[in-house]
Design a protein around this ligand. Sequence first.
Ligand SMILES: [Zn+2]
Length: 118
Amino acid sequence: MKKDQIKKYHQLLLKAKHDLTSNVSKEEAEGRDAVSIEAKDFGDMATEASGQEMSFAISDAGRRSLKEIDEALLRVQENTYGTCIRCQKPIDEARLDAVPHAAMCIACAEAVEREGVR
Ligand SMILES: [Zn+2]
């Protein structure tokens, strides 16, 4: 992959990480509030508890994405960005445009999903 292309995806990754970090920390702050209120004052309110689980589920997904973005940033540093970690072939640029942190080409991602291995 050319240097200016990698630079473009690097910018996309940094932006995605920034967006995600501000979202995650906000959700975590709200999640903590929900816990303390629920534990101290509303321990018997089931509706409060289910709402709280929902906000933690979103944070988990955010954290997973953040990890994938960090790994992609590492691949930028190691000059392996844009190369499939499974078959070592170049990842389709259309795929990277849609998912800048994609670690695998479409064929491998589908194979992994089918086989259920990661
Ligand atoms: Zn592959």
